[in-house]
Design a protein around this ligand. Structure first.
Ligand SMILES: C[S@@+](CC[C@H](N)C(=O)[O-])C[C@H]1O[C@@H](n2cnc3c(N)ncnc32)[C@H](O)[C@@H]1O
Length: 214
């Protein structure tokens, strides 16, 4: 999943802020106990998400795809006073761990977990959002973009993870599996959308950052 040479990744990580202790614990526990721990954003991307949060000082953040809660806690770091992160996941197996780490991070008044299918839950959350982080089932990325777009404030951001999909977006289209095809379609959709300005940042597995004009 990491596209950078490992030495460069290690150098960048070691010259970035260390993980806050509670996130280091969550990272370690996820790797010890959860299936597919590589889904967790991790140290370097987590610090990127935290920095984006500090740069924006958002009031409202929506995350689609909580997993164990690592990225939600990163996104909460730079919230404006009174701000909140709403984070959604379909997998009940992670709920107790998510809630425990929200408590351990002292973020109960800032991070709100919602269990269910994001395709249904997104519509129940009103905006306007300053920042949306899309990091769930890849086949629905374009649907999530359409669902949230009108609820992102003008000047707000939609960030999507894994848009390089370990480099598979470069494979011949006839060999694309459904996730690769969906991510390639997402990248094409966002780059053709003249309502946004966008940059595809080749951090970890690729972050597509779109700013809604206005
Ligand atoms: C890549 S992980 C999220 C990683 C997390 N954002 C992080 O960086 O640590 C993707 C998550 O999306 C969730 N997911 C998949 N399909 C979903 C859906 N339809 N609705 C809500 N969550 C979904 C999975 O259960 C999984 O926990």
């Amino acid at each position: 999943m990491n596209l950078l040479p490992p030495e460069i990744e290690a150098y960048a990580t070691s010259h970035s802020q260390p993980e806050p202790a509670v996130l280091a614990q969550l990272n370690a526990e996820t790797h010890r106990e959860a299936e597919l721990p590589q889904m967790l954003s991790g140290h370097l991307q987590g610090r990127v998400l935290s920095m984006i949060s500090w740069m924006l000082r958002p009031q409202r953040v929506l995350e689609i795809g909580t997993f164990t809660g690592y990225s939600a806690l990163c996104l909460a770091e730079g919230l404006a006073p009174g701000g909140r992160v709403d984070t959604l996941d379909i997998n009940p197996a992670m709920e107790a761990r998510i809630r425990r780490f929200i408590r351990e991070a002292g973020a109960e008044s800032k991070v709100f977990f919602h269990l269910g299918n994001a395709m249904e839950l997104v519509a129940t959350l009103s905006g306007p959002f300053d920042l949306v982080f899309i990091d769930a089932d890849k086949e629905n990325y374009a649907n999530y973009y359409d669902l949230v777009f009108d609820r992102v404030r003008p000047g707000g951001f939609i960030v999507a993870d894994n848009v390089l999909w370990s480099g598979h977006v470069l494979d011949a289209p006839e060999s694309h599996d459904s996730e690769t095809a969906a991510l390639h379609a997402y990248n094409k959709k966002v780059s053709a959308d003249d309502r946004v300005e966008q940059v595809l940042l080749p951090v970890r597995d690729g972050l597509m950052i779109a700013r809604k004009k206005g």
